[in-house]
Design a protein around this ligand. Structure first.
Ligand code: AR6
Length: 178
């Protein structure tokens, strides 16, 4: 019998608008902001998020956050309660970095579990500025979350997809798992 899972849901939209316990940010190692999801989260969440990130850099994360790792901060003025920052790998056609991309989803869920976040919203990590092909990024996301998220720890894992191509890729990856 298969292990009981939380519901895996897909929505088209903006991750900053999600009313969940934690939203995941597609950050970079500096933790000090950027474009894409990262820019939107800092813009909508206000200065409290950057202040918390600066505190992390001044304490445990002096060299920044390594690729594939995750850490939580306040969500500032976002509807969510926490932001979990994760650092996706830059896509490379020459080197297989898919283990690092899977690690983003796995470590973000680990952090969510530690802080008691039962509903978690993910963007399609690495598929924007970091150039990961959407179909492959969607398969890795769905597979990793389906394997790592248990119903005992989570109620809902939501993937928030910005455009129709991303939504379709995630829908196909979810359907392929049956
Ligand atoms: N809500 C949901 N999805 C979004 C949003 C949004 N508001 N905005 C963009 N996306 P990206 P990455 C989609 O570039 O590839 C930053 O500068 C977007 O269409 O945000 O991991 C960081 O600081 C794409 O499918 O993240 C890093 O330097 C997906 O979210 C770097 O970009 C991820 O795109 C990280 O690049």
């Amino acid at each position: 019998m298969s292990r009981s899972q939380p519901s895996l849901t897909l929505v088209r939209g903006d991750i900053t608008e999600q009313d969940v316990d934690a939203v995941v940010n597609a950050a970079n190692s500096s933790l000090l902001g950027g474009g894409g999801v990262d820019g939107a989260i800092h813009r909508r969440g206000g200065p409290a998020i950057l202040a918390a990130c600066r505190d992390l850099r001044a304490s445990h994360y002096g060299k920044g956050l390594a690729t594939g790792q995750s850490v939580a901060t306040t969500a500032g003025e976002l509807p969510a309660r926490h932001v979990i920052h994760t650092v996706g790998p830059v896509y490379s056609p020459r080197e297989d970095r898919s283990g690092l991309l899977a690690s983003c989803y796995r470590t973000a869920l680990g952090v969510a579990r530690e802080i008691g976040a039962r509903t978690v919203a993910f963007p399609a990590v690495s598929t924007g500025i970091y150039g990961w092909p959407m179909d492959d990024g969607a398969r890795i996301a769905i597979r990793t979350v389906a394997e790592a998220a248990t119903a005992e720890a989570f109620d809902e894992i939501r993937f928030v997809l910005f455009d129709v191509d991303a939504y379709t890729a995630f829908q196909e990856a979810l359907d392929a798992r049956g």
